[in-house]
Design a binder for this molecule. Structure first.
Ligand SMILES: *Cc1c(COP(=O)(O)O)cnc(C)c1O
Length: 246
């Protein structure tokens, strides 16, 4: 079944939102004295239809992110049906169960929510199987999610366990350690959180020069994150609108 396309009004709305977000990013980079190509824009399409993702692809926004495996697996196929010639690059955010690793290994280019040795090992094995089965051609890029408030409900590796996870990821044959990710804790000062993440990022990069990505900043705080060295902002609401409450 072919998914339905976005209405012209919806496409226009997304185009206007994307222009706004790009302008915000350009101003934030300018204020931080950084070139705008330093920061990639990851469009978070979770809860929104494949048609919206197709509009983003039409607008040149090819870096797309999803959070739930089941929703994502279906949407990846729908987007491929809507835009067979586009080459979206799919990222996984959010808590990932180990039994979903094999599915994700078929279509994900990157996972930013790796927060435990067990999940890392499951992904490494799953990607190894997918490579052998000819379901993918490249290793999986991974960012390690750091918990800046040690709230287990929000995911993320506790800071004290990070070094061990970094070393394991750097040595895993089927994943490429690309850097760190964090969500600013609710109610905390985002500046302090992003500054803390930047220090951890520097430490990681010193040991593993290829791990130079810092994924921080969302719709509400992307300027703060860019100021603190973010190389990847994850934007949902500002591009596609408010999500229904889960
Ligand atoms: C949903 C989500 C986002 C997008 O947040 P917005 O505030 O809608 O921009 C960013 N990061 C993660 C980890 C998410 O789950």
């Amino acid at each position: 079944m072919t998914p339905t396309a976005a209405t012209p009004a919806r496409a226009e709305e997304i185009a206007a939102n994307l222009a706004d977000v790009r302008a915000r990013l350009a101003r934030a980079c300018d204020a931080a004295g950084r070139p705008v190509h330093d920061v990639r824009l990851l469009a978070v399409t979770k809860t929104f239809p494949a048609a919206d993702a197709a509009v983003l692809l039409d607008l040149g926004c090819t870096d797309l992110a999803e959070a739930r495996e089941q929703e994502a697996t279906a949407k990846v196929a729908e987007v491929a049906a809507l835009r067979p010639d586009a080459a979206p690059r799919w990222t996984v955010l959010g808590r990932l169960q180990r039994n979903k690793a094999r599915s994700v290994a078929r279509w994900a280019h990157e996972v930013q929510s790796v927060d435990s040795l067990r999940l890392l090992d499951a992904l490494d094995r799953a990607v190894g199987s997918a490579l052998q089965a000819g379901e993918r051609t490249d290793p999986l890029d991974v960012l390690l999610q750091v918990s800046l408030d040690s709230d287990p409900d929000r995911g993320g590796c506790p800071v004290e366990d990070l070094a061990a996870l970094v070393d394991r990821a750097a040595g895993a044959p089927n994943v490429r350690l690309r850097g760190l990710m964090a969500v600013a804790p609710l109610g905390a000062d985002p500046d302090a959180s992003f500054a803390r993440l930047a220090v951890l990022g520097e430490r990681t990069r010193a040991a593993h020069p290829g791990a130079d990505e810092l994924s921080a900043g969302m719709s509400g705080d992307l300027e703060r994150a860019v100021e603190h060295g973010s190389t990847c902002v994850r934007v949902g609401t500002a591009l596609l609108g408010a999500r229904p409450l889960a």
